[in-house]
Design a protein around this ligand. Structure first.
Ligand code: C5P
Length: 403
């Protein structure tokens, strides 16, 4: 079978910013073209001091874009057209200054405007002096950018300025190979994912139980999406009326204790754990062998004991997954409660949604905020499947690549 490159017929905006590594961008433009991409180079003004636009034009067969105001664009809004056209925006080399602008969402030129205006795949190949790379502000900008883009490199070695250290732009071939592999195989390729879903049922007697309104749809949507993005997914679910997503390994449980045991039995080597289950916090202290009889006393006789906190036990376990992500379904002060859970349960992120009035339960649509220690990502409303894709895109960027 002939290998078809991910780049085949893909529209790639290659953003070139001002640094000596610009010469490597020439190689990169050629390499992407060789793999079948239609490459549109966008240069910052500083970049043109290192390599001429004509060089890129000759390499890509397309006129290089240099300015925001493009009178040739049909609608006079060239940046929006290009932002929609692009399947991938790759900024290589990406200077410390451009990293700062991208991290801040500031858009003083065409390239940074495109970046903020486009929802396509994004990647940067940083290139700068090793001291600039180490600078705390650059590292803080990097922390922000890894949430929205794939960061390729930088490599270490002798730099153009004579320094030795980290900051050299990765080689063109390595950049193309890494992008190809990740884009082709999905951002969760090679990762093991465990997701809990649904309610738990806590029996009172052989016919009655305590439970909640969780439908399991969010957890199932996450499992389906994680599988589609290349993850090896185990879904541990309480009682729900949902089909198992294709390719997902499903374990059915009923009670919180069973969920706890099932989760710990599969925890070895897990990269990403998402607790989407609405686990009952408590269970009846005693389960009657016989059906409880109607009596006034029974109403006040149901003693409850605490259930294990499944996600907290995962987050504090010796074989803790790299990322442990919880949910916070709240009826009020949603973000505040989410932040509390983030710390009290030792989580890496909490997906917060407002369930006031119970309107999210059982619905196909939802709206969430991903609350992390460093920043929050507010996601617009969408189907649970669309929201899952956004959530997993954010989380996958926080996972080490497994390819
Ligand atoms: O404390 P609260 O139930 O609001 O926390 C919600 C988060 O904790 C969800 O991710 C849920 O799956 C998880 N959880 C759990 N075990 C419990 C209670 C909640 O894993 N007993």
């Amino acid at each position: 079978m002939t290998h078809i490159s991910w780049f085949q017929n893909k529209h790639v905006v290659l953003g070139v910013t001002g640094g000596i590594a610009c010469y490597k961008a020439c190689e990169l433009a050629r390499e992407l073209g060789r793999r079948g991409a239609v490459v549109q180079v966008v240069m910052t003004e500083a970049a043109t001091a290192f390599v001429s636009a004509l060089t890129f034009q000759a390499l890509t067969g397309r006129e290089v874009k240099l300015s925001m105001l493009d009178p040739k664009a049909e609608t006079g809004m060239g940046h929006i057209e290009l932002a929609r056209w692009a399947d991938l925006i790759l900024v290589a080399p990406c200077t410390a200054n451009t990293m700062a602008q991208l991290a801040q969402g500031s858009a003083p030129d065409l390239l940074t405007t495109l970046w903020t205006a486009s929802a396509c795949e994004k990647a940067i190949a940083p290139a700068m002096n090793q001291q600039m790379w180490k600078h705390p502000q650059t590292q803080a900008n990097l922390g922000r950018l890894i949430n929205v883009a794939q960061v390729l490199g930088p490599d270490s070695g002798i730099q153009a300025c004579g320094d030795v250290g980290s900051g050299r732009m990765s080689e063109a071939l390595d950049i193309a190979d890494t992008l190809e592999a990740t884009l082709n195989r999905g951002p969760l390729a090679g990762t093991r994912v465990v997701i809990t879903a649904g309610p738990t049922y806590e029996p009172l007697d052989p016919v009655r139980y305590l439970a909640n309104r969780s439908s399991g749809k969010m957890g199932f949507a996450l499992a389906e999406t994680a599988n589609r993005l290349g993850g090896a997914v185990t879904l541990i679910t309480g009682p729900v009326h949902l089909e198992t997503p294709a390719g997902v390994n499903r374990i059915d449980v009923e009670t919180a204790n069973e969920m706890h045991a099932a989760v710990h039995s599969v925890l070895d080597g897990v990269d990403l754990f998402i607790g989407a289950a609405a686990v009952c916090d408590t269970r009846p202290a005693n389960i009657s062998d016989q059906k409880l009889k109607k009596s006034k006393d029974n109403l006040s006789q149901i003693a409850l004991v605490e259930n294990p906190d499944v996600i907290q036990s995962v987050a504090t376990s010796p074989n803790r997954p790299t990322l442990v992500i919880g949910f916070a379904a709240e009826t009020e002060s949603v973000l505040e409660h989410a932040r509390q859970k983030l710390t009290t349960k030792s989580l890496d992120a909490v997906i917060a949604n407002c369930v006031a009035g119970g309107e999210i339960f059982g619905q196909n649509d939802t709206q969430v905020t991903v609350v992390c220690h460093d920043n929050d990502h507010a996601l617009v409303a969408g189907t649970k499947s669309e929201v899952s894709t956004e959530i997993l895109a954010i989380l996958s960027r926080r996972l080490p690549k497994r390819i």
